[in-house]
Ligand binder design. Structure first.
Ligand SMILES: Cc1ncc(COP(=O)(O)O)c(C=O)c1O
Length: 365
């Protein structure tokens, strides 16, 4: 390799550490995307995803990162005006994307570290004029997680408002029952809790939303839901997909189902609880508000400057580990430890134990 680099175990909120069997599945010999082999692979993968998403509706694969699905939502599912819930950088970018796609929107927001609440959403929707809602379930920039149950309960009172949920950094680490919650668009990139390299996004669409998209003009082509549906009926994708990713996804889905979905979700909760406890014990704070803390990543509040995050990461790097600095304006004030994908409690103990040692030696101050 021309560029020299050393392996580090990733504790960042995507891309995450990818296990050897996934990398192996990705290196499967190539097949044609219009071949029977591909159609078999597709037809085998989608039902497993439906199990994971708790849906009997429509699941698709997009060879794009998740940002593409922000655009898909805006172009296919916003007819009048979207209400965009903003609780950090990613939800803010989705709101911006809606406008850049030429759609009207209004924003309701929560302070950094806080989550947008169900009653805030109800109050705004009651004013009328909205036909879509954008919500980021897990705000990766702040470590705050919205309460899907209470928001879904509100959305049931507004059946004409399309409920779009970015679960990019939570899906497969947290149980999200799409059909029961009445979600119309749900999506995640595979480089986060799915534990696969970046380059593919899984998204699911309700029958109601699929029908709605038919009457929305200017859907473009690459992200036209109707085109996705037309090809899905043949167990294909509209354009040449990243077939290697689909091999990896198929193998990962088998691994998820073998582990057991409930066990997988519990493993994520256990890692989150362990990491939060550790942070508090060390004298750090937790950036996200209580009751709304992410299960897949912890934003550690370092406003007391207990560590220099850049130095900490440098020292961790020497020990083959890597964490994330705070996002944007929260650099150094926070740092983020992801606990998602195929990581387990042993990995979290190894990471936090190493940080303990570095702090004791005073090398990351
Ligand atoms: C919550 C959330 N939504 C959307 C995105 C954008 O994903 P991508 O960079 O894969 O397009 C990210 C990326 O980290 C994210 O965390």
């Amino acid at each position: 390799m021309a560029v020299k680099m050393k392996y580090k175990k990733l504790f960042i909120p995507g891309p995450v550490e990818v296990k050897a069997p996934v990398l192996k599945a990705m290196s499967h010999y190539m097949i044609g995307h219009r071949s029977q082999d591909f159609m078999n692979l597709y037809a085998d993968t989608i039902p497993k995803l439906k199990q994971l998403l708790y849906t009997n509706q429509n699941v698709y694969l997009s060879t794009s990162s998740s940002t593409g699905i922000w655009e898909l939502g805006a172009r296919n599912l916003v007819e009048k005006k979207a209400l965009c819930c903003v609780m950090g950088e990613f939800s803010s970018k989705w709101a911006e994307t809606v406008k850049l796609c030429g759609k009207e929107n209004e924003v309701i927001s929560a302070e950094p570290g806080k989550a947008v609440k169900a009653e805030q959403i109800r109050a705004k929707l009651e004013q009328g004029g909205f036909d879509a809602l954008t919500l980021v379930h897990n705000e990766t920039s702040t470590g705050a997680m919205a309460d899907l149950e209470s928001i879904a309960a509100v959305m049931k009172d507004f059946p004409d408002v399309t409920f779009m949920v970015d679960a990019v950094s939570s899906l497969s680490g947290v149980k999200i029952e799409m059909d029961r919650l009445g979600i119309d668009l749900l999506f995640a990139g595979v480089q986060k809790a799915f534990g696969i390299p970046p380059g593919l996004t899984v998204f699911a669409v309700s029958n109601k939303a699929l029908e709605k998209s038919k009457r929305i003009p200017n859907r473009g082509y690459y992200f036209d839901l109707q085109v996705f549906q037309k090809y899905a009926e043949k167990n294909q994708t509209p354009s040449t997909p990243s077939i290697s990713h689909i091999f990896a996804l198929n193998a990962q889905m088998d691994a998820f189902l073998k582990e057991g979905l409930d066990k997988r979700f519990k493993r994520h909760t256990d890692m989150a609880e362990f990491t939060r406890k550790w942070a508090l014990k060390k004298g750090f704070g937790l950036f996200a508000e209580e009751g709304y803390r992410s299960i897949t990543l912890t934003a550690v509040d370092n406003s007391a400057n207990l560590v220099n995050v850049a130095k900490l990461n440098e020292e961790l790097g020497k020990r083959k580990m890597h964490i994330s600095d705070g996002y944007g304006q929260f650099k150094q004030k926070t740092f983020r430890i992801a606990h998602m994908g195929d990581l387990n409690l042993k990995d979290m103990k190894e990471l936090t134990g190493t940080i303990d040692e570095l702090m004791a030696k005073g090398v990351c101050k």
